[in-house]
Structure formats: structure tokens, C-alpha cells
Design a protein around this ligand. Structure first.
Ligand code: DAH
Length: 336
């Protein structure tokens, strides 16, 4: 019997490459490793072989058997074995695993948490307010007059839904987090110290520094005898913790309808170019706001502040375009 062992080896490899399911795998096994298979034939041929060839044939038969067995094992992992009815993949525990990618928090969430954390350590409680608000909470109760431009449809998103408690006004997407102040005061008695982080909406055209949706953090502290110096001390402590001890701060007089007096806070990096950057608005709660919230006249004083999360984050990390926060580009997000 003449057999070309090299040809058999080659056909094992080519045929193995074509095996794609358990049935073909079984056919492959029968053909090479079965009782009447090619390898058995080679062993059987040993009996008739001349003595001087027995060694060579035996060696070749062993090699081919090893090859076919190894290929079978590989195929079993690839297509699953036919045994046990259902095809089953065997698991090789020695193969290194694919580690799942661990998620992480969005940079804005990180900043909100960092700021919230600072205020929590200063004794503030984190509260929440709804994004769909009444005109009363968003404007009237904050002493924002009827004819104020921020009430205009160009500056506020109004919904078609009417306020169930006041059919003459429509619900709107809150244009700032300040209406949260009203809700807190309507439901809690002083002393209170809260911060209210959340989304706000304004129909602004989107560009590098504007977005129709962004995040603010509102702060409110009400008690007896709260003074402007408390506001300064508090915001000073906060800014140093967030931006580092190296900054300088100034309070610049400003106007907000819901605080009196009002100020804007600017910071600058000592040793830098001395540019002042506006970071937040603040002031002492206007007596009218207490009145709308239902507090007795003259009993309490309070401080309030509001800051833009995107703005703070852009300043802190040197980000030049607000749109980067919302585009979900991994190359940007992964950096933080
Ligand atoms: N609501 C103001 C805005 O969106 C920010 C603000 C300023 C909030 C002063 C305050 C404050 O509580 O006291 O522009």
C-alpha cells in the first residue's frame, strides 16, 4: 500500500478550515479518527509492510494521529462539539479575558458633585426642583416684574400646558434654578441652608459660549441676622476650595430683582494676567421674595447665590467651547 503522508497532513489542514458546524466536525472525525478512518488504515497497513518500512510508517501514523487530534480539539472550541445533542462551546480558562470598560462620570456631573460636596461640608443640604415650573415661581415670586425682558418668549421656553392652579398662565421650562428657592421656603421654616443643582433652559442660539440648556447651582441660606459679610465669607471659602488658595476675589455691585443688595463675584489668578472673570451672581434675599414665599415680614434675612456649572467647569479646565459638553465625543470626555 502506498500512502503519501504529506498529502494526508495537508488535507487534514485544508478540510479543517472548511468545518463550520458540529455536523461537519463529526464527519471530519469519522473520516480521520473513526474506526474505519484514514489513520486506522495506516495502522492496519503496518502488518503487511516490509520490516524496513514499519518504522517510517509507524512514525508517520503517530504524527498524523497527533495532528488530527489537535485539529479536532481546536475545531471543537471553534464550532462546538456534536456531543450531548446541543452544540456546546468548550471554554478555555487559560485565554486572557476581555476586561469590560469601566464607565465614568461626565465632567459636568463631576463638577456638580465637587461643588455640592464643598457646600455639604459647609452645612448645606442638596435639594432638587422641577424643570417644568410655573410663571409664578420662575418670575413673580422672585420679584421679576411683569414687563421684564426675561419673561419674553425670546428669553424663556413656554409650554402649551396651563398652570393647573392658575389657568391664566402657562407652564415653562425654568430659565434659572432660583424658583427652587421659592419651593424650599414654601415648605420649610428657617434656619435653612440648601443648594439646588439642576438644568435650566433658555432659547439662545447655540455657539461657543451659549446653549439652550445648561446647568446651574442655586444657593439659599435663611436665618435670623444673616449679613452680607456672611455671604462674602461663605463664597470666599467656597471659591478657595474649588479654585485653590491662589485666587483673588472681588464683589462687584450688580442688580438682580430677587436680591438687595446684589453683586457679581469675579475671580482672578494671582500672578496671572490679572484678568477678572465673572463666576456667579449673589445677594441678600429681597424682602418681597420672603413675602411671596409666605414668611412673616421682617423676621428673617437670607443670602442667595447662583452659578453656572458649564462656565465654572470651562474656567477650571480651560475649555473653550460649551458645545463639547454635549457632543458625547469620547476623545473629549475621556480626558477628565
Ligand atoms: N438666577 C440668576 C441667573 O440665572 C443667578 C442668580 C443671581 C441667582 C443672584 C441668585 C442670586 O440666587 O442671588 O442669572
Amino acid at each position: 500500500m502506498s500512502m503519501n503522508f504529506e498529502e494526508i497532513k495537508a488535507s487534514i489542514s485544508t478540510e479543517a478550515a472548511q468545518v463550520s458546524d458540529a455536523q461537519q466536525l463529526e464527519a471530519f472525525r469519522i473520516k480521520y479518527l473513526g474506526k474505519k478512518g484514514v489513520i486506522q488504515d495506516i495502522y492496519a497497513s503496518l502488518a503487511q509492510a516490509p520490516n524496513e518500512e514499519k518504522r517510517t510508517i509507524g512514525k508517520a501514523a503517530n504524527e498524523i494521529k497527533q495532528l488530527a487530534t489537535r485539529v479536532m480539539e481546536e475545531l471543537k472550541t471553534r464550532v462546538g462539539s456534536a456531543g450531548g445533542g446541543k452544540a456546546r462551546r468548550s471554554i478555555d480558562p487559560t485565554i486572557p479575558g476581555v476586561a469590560p470598560r469601566v464607565g465614568y462620570k461626565h465632567l459636568l456631573t463631576q463638577t456638580i458633585e465637587e461643588i455640592s460636596d464643598i457646600f455639604e461640608k459647609l452645612g448645606f443640604v442638596i435639594e432638587d426642583g422641577p424643570e417644568v415650573e410655573t410663571e409664578f415661581n420662575n418670575f413673580t415670586a422672585l420679584n421679576i416684574p411683569e414687563n421684564h425682558p426675561s419673561r419674553d418668549g425670546f428669553d424663556t421656553f413656554y409650554t402649551t400646558a396651563r398652570n393647573p392652579e392658575d389657568q391664566s398662565s402657562h407652564l415653562l421650562l425654568r430659565s434659572h434654578t432660583s424658583p427652587g428657592q421659592i419651593r424650599i421656603m414654601q415648605n420649610n421654616k428657617p434656619p435653612l441652608a440648601v443648594i439646588i443643582p439642576g438644568r435650566v433652559y433658555r432659547p439662545d442660539a447655540v455657539d461657543a459660549s451659549h446653549s439652550f440648556m445648561f446647568h446651574q447651582i442655586e444657593g439659599l441660606l435663611v436665618d435670623k441676622d444673616v449679613k452680607f459679610s456672611d455671604l462674602k465669607g461663605l463664597l470666599n471659602a467656597f471659591c478657595k476650595r474649588l479654585f485653590g488658595n491662589d485666587i483673588q476675589m472681588r464683589f462687584r455691585p450688580h442688580y438682580f430683582p430677587f436680591t438687595e443688595p446684589s453683586a457679581e463675584v469675579d475671580i482672578s489668578w494671582r500672578g496671572g494676567k490679572r484678568d477678572w472673570l465673572e463666576i456667579m451672581g449673589c445677594g441678600m434675599v429681597h424682602p418681597k421674595v420672603f413675602e411671596y414665599a409666605g414668611y412673616p415680614k421682617g423676621k428673617y434675612t437670607g443670602l442667595a447665590f447662583g452659578l453656572g456649572v458649564e462656565r465654572m467647569t470651562m474656567l477650571k479646565y480651560g475649555i473653550k467651547d460649551i458645545r463639547l459638553f454635549y457632543e458625547n465625543d469620547q476623545r473629549f470626555l475621556e480626558q477628565f
